[in-house]
Each structure stands twice: as structure tokens, then as C-alpha cells.
Design a protein around this ligand. Structure first.
Ligand SMILES: [Zn+2]
Length: 346
């Protein structure tokens, strides 16, 4: 085994898990070359095959430093594997919906311990989507085309996506755009206090087209799990960014014009508790984004399974809670404006 690949235990774990899902599909979406080595991007597809059925997709490892996202998804896959062997409710559920996983989108970045991919491009700044407002010179974090040696590099050319980014967008388009209702969950980690669920847009501080549906979903979560731990908010609440992959995917879905609903969510795990309780983590780059102590890692892996199960049921049962009448949608949008988009927001 080469040196770089030996640093990527998540890929080894994922590949060892593939035979555990007989009767379900596995595919290699692309192979990423780095030097003499090649790293596959795997997808695991559980449940029904009809792409028109409700679909829930999980994505992880977009930012290579944020290993916990991939590990949380691998842990959930282990749970599902066990449950598929005995749980009739789950097996029945999966005859009526689809469950997709791309747990490690950026294997080279993860092996190298980078946020970016192996070519220095931040995949979450790499789509052709541009923020409504241009950047000032000091706002590199919103995405920059100056240099791959600086963080948040968007890539050199507008419109040309990196292999990993292109692979994800193409996969989502193929697998989710015909679905009558779909949610995607992209798992990241960062410095903010408390775990967050973000929804589009990252590029604009105005409500995106499915804001009423997201509010309905968050009300459902609040009613069903009153002590849930998540702050739900639009991604733009902190600052807007260029090149967000999910903005791009969502806009393409709307152009697709089918009237179907796609809700792209980002689960941002808070790393603050991990390093404030274990300040030595601050000495390593990876420690800023990842729980180092085994019990915290186990807790992070356990913590989100309730949410994932909830989302599975929401996707299957979407007809029971999605707003359909224009009046209901308008009322939800007004509430959402009040809650998330107060006038005068930056
Ligand atoms: Zn991230």
C-alpha cells in the first residue's frame, strides 16, 4: 500500500464495508489521480431503484480536513447494515424510497490533510455560482481566484469544475432530479458553537425558492423532537460565498422545471466543544475540525442518527407535511422572512 493511501483509513473502512450490502448497488463515480496513485469516489445506493421515488442522499468528505463528516456517515452505514438484517420496518421503508451515500468525495484532500482537493481547489467554492455581492479584497473566505496557495481558492477558470465537484453535481442531477421529493445532507464541521443545519442560499441573503418547505421541515423537527440540538438557518446568515456546489445544484434543479422539490441541507458539526475541552487539539490542523479523543468521536458518531432516521421518514412521508396550497406557502414564507431574513440584514 502506498504512503498516501495508508493515511486514509476512512477509504479502507468504506471499501471493506461494500460487500456488506448485498442486493444494493455500489458504484465508483470517478477516480481521482494524485501522482502515481488513484483514489476512487464511491457511492452506495440502498433501497428501491426507481429514481422517481422519494430520495435521501448523504455526502461527506467534501473538505478533506473535516474527517468527522465521513466518519459519521460510515457509522450510520454500519447501523443500517445491522438493521437491514432484522428490521422489517426499515426493509419495508426501503422498498418505497432510495437512500444514497457518497461518504468520501475528496479522498486526496483527506489523505493530504487539506481542506481543498489535491490541486488546491476548495470544492465548496468551485461551482459557477456567484454571490449576489462581489468580494472586497480582504474577503478571501468568500472564494478567490488569486492563488491555490491561499485558502478558499475557486479554481482558475469560471465554469470549469474540478473532477470531484463535477462528479457530485452530475451524480445529484442523475439520481435526484427525477425524484418526486429529495433531500441531500452534506456533512461538514467548523468552529461555530452548536451543530447547525444550513439551507441555501450561500450566494444570496434573500430566501431561496424552497424556503417555505424548509420552514415546514424545521417545524416538523421541532414538534417531533422537541429537545433536538440543531440550529436551523440559511447558509448566508454569516456571510455569502461564491461557488457553492449546492446553490449550483439547486438552481439547475429549478431550471429542470419539473416542479419537484429538492432540499439541499448542510449539516455543520460544531468542533468548538472538542477543542475547548481538549486544547491540545489546537496544535494540529486536523484537531480544529475533528474530535481527537475516542469518546468524543463516538459521541459525534452517535449524536446524529436520530436526525438521519427522522429525515428518512420525512422523505418517505413528504405528502403528509409539505405545504402545497399557494396560501399556505405564502404564510410560511412570511414566517420564514420574519425568522431568518429580517430587513436590514447584511
Ligand atoms: Zn466544510
Amino acid at each position: 500500500m502506498s504512503n498516501l493511501r495508508a493515511r486514509l483509513s476512512e477509504l479502507t473502512t468504506l471499501e471493506a464495508m461494500l460487500p456488506d450490502f448485498p442486493g444494493h448497488a455500489h458504484r465508483v463515480l470517478a477516480r481521482v489521480q494524485h501522482g502515481s496513485e488513484v483514489f476512487p469516489i464511491h457511492a452506495i445506493e440502498l433501497g428501491a431503484q426507481d429514481r422517481r421515488l422519494p430520495t435521501l442522499a448523504f455526502v461527506g468528505g467534501v473538505h478533506g480536513l473535516e474527517r468527522i463528516g465521513t466518519q459519521v456517515l460510515l457509522s450510520y452505514l454500519r447501523t443500517l447494515k445491522s438493521a437491514l438484517g432484522w428490521d422489517e420496518a426499515l426493509n419495508h421503508l426501503l422498498t418505497r424510497m432510495r437512500l444514497l451515500f457518497v461518504p468520501l468525495l475528496n479522498p486526496v484532500g483527506m489523505a493530504l490533510g487539506l481542506r481543498s482537493n489535491g490541486r488546491g481547489v476548495d470544492l465548496m467554492r468551485n461551482s459557477p455560482s456567484n454571490a449576489d455581492r462581489g468580494s472586497r479584497w480582504f474577503e478571501l473566505h468568500r472564494g478567490q481566484r488569486l492563488s491555490p496557495y491561499l485558502p478558499w481558492y475557486r479554481g482558475q477558470t469560471e465554469g470549469e469544475m474540478e473532477l470531484e465537484a463535477h462528479t457530485l453535481c452530475r451524480y445529484v442531477e442523475e439520481q435526484l432530479f427525477d425524484s418526486e421529493f429529495a433531500i441531500s445532507v452534506d456533512v461538514h464541521s467548523g468552529f461555530l458553537p452548536g451543530d447547525r443545519i444550513w439551507f441555501p442560499y450561500a450566494r444570496s441573503d434573500r430566501p431561496f425558492g424552497r424556503t417555505p418547505e424548509v420552514l415546514a421541515l424545521s417545524q416538523l423537527l421541532e414538534q417531533t423532537h422537541e429537545h433536538h440540538v440543531y440550529t436551523i438557518e440559511p447558509q448566508c446568515i454569516n456571510y455569502t460565498t461564491h461557488g457553492d456546489l449546492w446553490d449550483h445544484v439547486f438552481d439547475r434543479h429549478e431550471i429542470h422545471g419539473s416542479g419537484k422539490v429538492l432540499l439541499p441541507l448542510t449539516l455543520e458539526l460544531s468542533s468548538r466543544a472538542w477543542y475547548t475541552k481538549n486544547p491540545r487539539q489546537l496544535a494540529s490542523r486536523i484537531g480544529l475540525f475533528h474530535p481527537v479523543k475516542p469518546h468524543r468521536l463516538a459521541r459525534a458518531q452517535r449524536r446524529h442518527k436520530t436526525l438521519f432516521d427522522f429525515l428518512m421518514r420525512c422523505v418517505l412521508s413528504h405528502r403528509r407535511w409539505l405545504p402545497t396550497s399557494p396560501a399556505h406557502r405564502a404564510a410560511l414564507l412570511a414566517q420564514a422572512e420574519e425568522r431568518w431574513f429580517t430587513p436590514g440584514d447584511p
